[in-house]
Design a protein around this ligand. Sequence first.
Ligand code: SF4
Ligand code: SF4
Length: 343
Amino acid sequence: MPLNYSYPDYEIVRNEKRCIACRVCERQCANGVHSYDADARSMISDETKCVNCHRCVCLCPTKALKIVKTDHTFKENANWSAQAIKEVYLQAGSGGVLLSSMGNPNPFPVYWDKMLINASQVTNPPIDPLREPMETKVFLGKKNVGIERDREGNLVDNLPPQLELQLPILFSAMSYGSISYNAHESLARAAQALGTFYNTGEGGLHEDFYQYGSNTIVQVASGRFGVHKAYLEAGAAIEIKMGQGAKPGIGGHLPGTKIVGDISKTRMIPEGSDAISPAPHHDIYSIEDLRQLVFSLKEATCYKKPVIVKVAAVHNIAAIASGIARSGADIIAIDGFRGGTGA
Ligand code: SF4
Ligand code: SF4
């Protein structure tokens, strides 16, 4: 077995005076950190497996547990930070690239945090949102090119299909399988309650969540997992994922160990098989190819749903967005950097 130079990130502090050896922590920890040492007649911990989820801390009946960040140090200097040394050890130990969930761990700028949505000046005259009703409704979709009237002079409704949001915030895409059933249901219910949309990601749509279809964006990605007619018809809009901000230019890999039960059924792939999403769509190598998929999806849904094309926010995004607009897409989603379930 190769030497592992990585010291555990967290240490488990058990207050022996409070611990009554009830073994609740052992039963509740999904990672097998706690166990009972019959010889010593006390609980012991394997901290290498702890992910600091706090489940044992919350459920310990005597509040005997706490998890602390280790103060173990590296010999760092201005060139080699502790983080860099640790990552070298981890990559050498695993032989692979490091993935992290919950967004990128590095302190890259988060422009969203610098954005101010101040809607009180958008009407004429301005209104005071504390005293007068103010709406934050936003429509996403292609605008009609001009006013059209019929022979009687009545306005013709020629507005392409739109998404109507009650507030200018959408949930970004996270697939069922990379996150759990409960997490997907939470997103669906929150989107419905807030009058906005969540996004299936590329894992298909569990049949239990079709009821939230009017608040759902269904995604078509390079692996085409879970894409069928009823799925396309279930959503309020269809998103073609060409790229994503968390890993621009890279596909996806959901390990076979996670492809079980309803996840396998929803993705329409056999249990235990890896879900590999290629980096490109193998039928799209030009704007003309993209246009074919955009219009195939529009045809399949009778031109009733807006089609979104999602790409990563990269340096040549202006040219890419221009091509997407020419492909016939109704909405262009430019995806920022801090995403990724790390699945
Ligand atoms: S749950 Fe708390 S009291 Fe029970 S064995 Fe674990 S640390 Fe001890
Ligand atoms: S914090 Fe979570 S992973 Fe760590 S020991 Fe407790 S239950 Fe297990």
